[in-house]
Design a protein. Structure first.
Length: 418
């Protein structure tokens, strides 16, 4: 499982975390309003991705289950059909509602609305990339998605300073640089899956949706709660939101370990390979990530801001996250096995149960303890979710749907006919 997880971690670190961190680094010199704008804008983008996540997740699991014993083309075609429909359904209302969304979270909504106009309009490119990478992961290939992410990250590193400062576009330049980088990366990545678009069976649209929907619901619920949490923080001022944005981006570098383990567990389980002990691995990873973030909190936060009003909330957030990261690591890793073995609904139910406690607790404790109350509520919610998701019912690969044994062939050297 570690062999699968390492490339996934590099992919997530570069394509998800590093892009956001690079954007924040380059706009941080523009002030706390610019930091808050990028923070809010990327959070909205993550919510939009949560709506779409059912598609690449469903494609990955179904390709993994069918690999070597059934045609892949019906699943792949269904993935592209859903990509077209959901891209339209998400992007149009998002772009039209960008100004009201921005006004919910910042004192200077024009900056955030400008970022959203470009980033949301470019989401179909990002969505398409996740479909391509989802197909490859289902085939057991996590290295090519990693390479795609590295290409995108390298492009953002070069384009961000050009558009943000060189062309004087500011926050809008950060969004535009990311979209252009994703377009180039997608053009490269499409060649990896073109040969798999062959005849064989009807569309599997509903099967893709049904398989991926619990994971999408989990992700979407997590991001919606994150937006509600940001609304609470907005009551403490723009500096609190900016500090949270910096702390969250730094924390994501560690959290991606859990998501890499989840994807590896999901792929291994769907392909009827051993997933080891995901709960123990997730809890141990959570402890290690928490220790590392405590050690680097102050120096790394200092890379982003010298303003004490922003610096201290960022450091405090990372320190308090120790209580959150251990149960969260276990929850996310176990989720991969639940998803691939047809029990994703259990993961979603556990997530919702944790949030049902977290949000009211965040409102109550924040009135008493300030922003610290929000961090304590996050830890409580994660612990409750973990308890629900990991209750004994067996989560080994033997529970995965579909007959065994399976083909052990990898994507390498695969014939073009499918």
């Amino acid at each position: 499982m570690i062999r699968l997880a390492l490339p996934v971690y590099v992919e997530l670190l570069t394509a998800v975390v590093a892009v956001g961190l690079i954007d924040l680094l380059w706009v941080s010199s523009l002030g706390e309003a610019a930091i808050a704008a990028v923070t809010v804008g990327t959070t909205v983008e993550h919510v939009a991705y949560g709506v779409f996540l059912a598609v690449p997740t469903g494609v990955t699991v179904l390709v993994a289950r069918r690999d070597g014993r059934a045609p892949l083309a019906p699943v792949i075609r269904a993935g592209w059909l859903l990509w077209a429909a959901l891209s339209l359904a998400v992007v149009v209302p998002g772009v039209l509602l960008r100004e009201p969304l921005a006004a919910l979270f910042t004192d200077e909504p024009q900056l955030t609305a400008g970022f959203l106009l470009i980033s949301l309009a470019g989401l179909p490119v990002f969505f398409a990339q996740t479909v391509v990478d989802g197909i490859l992961k289902g085939l057991g290939d996590t290295r090519r998605p990693m390479r795609h992410a590295l290409i995108c990250n390298a492009l953002v590193i070069g384009l961000d300073p050009l558009f943000i400062h060189g062309l004087g576009m500011g926050v809008r330049g950060a969004a535009l640089a990311t979209v252009i980088a994703r377009v180039v990366t997608l053009a490269v990545a499409l060649g990896s899956v073109v040969r798999l678009h062959s005849a064989g069976g009807g569309l599997k649209v509903w099967e893709v949706i049904r398989t991926g929907l619990p994971m999408s619901g989990d992700f979407l619920a997590r991001d919606l709660v994150g937006m509600a949490q940001m609304a609470i923080l907005a009551g403490f001022g723009t500096a609190a939101v900016a500090g949270y944005g910096i702390g969250q981006r730094i924390m994501l570098a560690g959290v991606m370990v859990f998501y890499a383990l989840r994807q590896a567990a999901m792929i291994s389980t769907a392909r009827s390979a051993s997933a080891g002990s995901p709960l123990l691995l997730g809890l141990a990873s959570g402890a290690v990530v928490a220790a590392v973030l405590n050690a680097v909190a102050a120096p790394v936060a200092g890379w982003f801001t010298g303003d004490p009003a922003v610096f201290h909330p960022a450091v405090d957030f990372l320190r308090w996250m120790t209580l959150y990261l251990v149960p969260f690591g276990g929850l996310i890793t176990v989720g991969g096995v639940l998803q691939a073995s047809g029990r994703g609904g259990r993961l979603l139910a556990a997530t919702l149960a944790g949030f049902a406690v977290q949000l009211p607790l965040a409102y109550g404790l924040s009135a008493w303890l300030g922003v610290t109350g929000v961090w304590l509520a996050m830890a409580a919610g994660a612990a409750i979710s973990l308890a629900g998701a990991s209750a004994p019912r067996g989560c080994g690969p033997g529970n995965a749907r579909g007959p065994a044994p399976r083909s052990t062939r990898t994507a390498a050297g695969r014939p073009s006919g499918r």
